[in-house]
Write a protein that binds this ligand. Sequence first.
Ligand code: IPE
Ligand code: IPE
Ligand code: MG
Length: 253
Amino acid sequence: MSQLLEKIDKKSLPRHIAIIMDGNGRWAKEQGQDRLFGHFHGVESVRNIVEGCAELGIEYLTLYAFSTENWDRPEYEVAGLMELLVSTIRKEIETLNKNKIRLHVIGDMGMLPEYASKELEEALEITRNNPGLNLVMALSYSGRWELLNAVKNIASEVKKGTMNVEEIDQDTLQRYLCTNGIPDPELMIRTSGEYRISNFLLYQLAYAELYFTDVRWPDFRKENLYEAILDYQGRERRFGKTSEQVEEKSESL
Ligand code: IPE
Ligand code: IPE
Ligand code: MG
């Protein structure tokens, strides 16, 4: 068994890990290949990390696969990514099901080409009763789009008279996000040496621990995931309190 895996405290795992899978294009370019070659190899990392999370018993894994802003990439890359998405779902659905993984999607599904949204709908339906890892794919997603959407929907409830402004609290807002029912990520990982959020889960990441690595997504494997979890487990999460308060609480447990 991996030495890193042995070091992980199985009792204090994050319930939800979110990953910005970045660096496919540079990985490909470094080998003199086309960007799509990088995306293609990125799928192997997805497979490996989904398996790693399922083995550990992580409850939720959110993968940022395509942002609202990514629609502005060259047409051939967008088309290639959509085809890769559909062919991957088709190939992997049986394995997902066998491993009791439940697929979820967050993002503006209306933007996806019909053949892709149809394939996704089917996969969501096939896996909907699976009790294992919840795999959340962020597709055509951005935090600002999600918040705008929530505000519009809440405003229309108020206009209809089905909601009072005074009643609106944090729980209300959470219910109108795409992640309704999903706990906030405790750990957010970004690969490939970029230190930014790029419009990912802006609301939900409020208190997430952020972990950045230079490893490009197509090279990211379970061992790298274990390293990130170990780093997370070495941190003190204070949520605005003092270190002393946090220590007192953990001693009294
Ligand atoms: C991440 O890799 C995958 C997507 C955004 C779809 P990139 O394609 O952003 O790769 P780099 O950042 O250009 O290397
Ligand atoms: C963020 O990566 C989106 C995904 C990984 C899907 P980008 O590569 O699009 O982000 P920027 O442009 O470097 O901020
Ligand atoms: Mg990138």
